[in-house]
Design a protein around this ligand. Structure first.
Ligand code: SF4
Length: 188
């Protein structure tokens, strides 16, 4: 077994036993993330939803189907990438991740990134985008209408090249947003 796979398995084992924040009390399953340990592309979402919590897997249900559509149109399979989340346990009623939960949980994500060493990170939501940007010294403020341009201007110190921010779960609700999201994903 490869070193990245061993590391990811060890991290996943810790996550499934983790009690570092109150979300462990309400979870059915922790969702460590899954995918190729040598992935060049890593997708980072926000937190497990209902079906992710039930199955213990990231991006299943409607959001997962939409993500699979995006990946297929980009010519990428799930087997080629790694999919994870900022939080590994579902917040009740799918509420926003809380700052103390993000602080408690993101050391797992940091270790996953270190193990995988992806060339490209795609963030799937505002919290994951803000977290990854902050690691590159870029802090998103509400008045910043074009954080992507800010990033492209600064270029990352992390070795990644692009950070498209796509929220597939909310996009399933609106056809127009889906169309825009398809376009943005294909250009990522
Ligand atoms: S959300 Fe993260 S920090 Fe909180 S219990 Fe789950 S794995 Fe641990």
């Amino acid at each position: 077994m490869s070193a990245p796979r061993n590391s990811l398995d060890a991290i996943a084992s810790e996550i499934t036993r983790c009690t570092k924040c109150p979300l462990h009390k309400s979870r059915k399953n922790a969702v460590p993330g899954e995918g190729n340990p040598n992935a060049k592309i890593m997708l980072i979402g926000e937190a497990p939803g209902y079906w992710e919590d039930v199955k213990g897997k990231p991006f299943v249900g409607a959001a997962g189907k939409f993500l699979d559509t995006l990946l297929a149109e980009a010519g990428v399979s799930r087997a080629q990438i790694f999919i994870g989340n900022i939080l590994k346990c579902r917040p009740p009623n799918n509420r926003e991740p809380a700052p103390d939960e993000i602080q408690a949980c993101t050391p797992f994500l940091d270790r996953q990134i270190t193990a995988i060493k992806p060339k490209l990170i795609i963030t799937l939501g505002s919290h994951s985008t803000a977290y990854i940007f902050a690691k590159a010294g870029i802090y998103i403020q509400r008045h910043n209408r074009n954080p992507r341009k800010t990033l492209q201007n600064k270029r990352s110190r992390l070795g990644f090249t692009r950070f498209p921010n796509i929220p597939p779960s909310s996009s399933t609700l609106q056809r127009q947003i889906q169309t825009n999201t398809h376009r943005r994903f294909q250009t990522a």
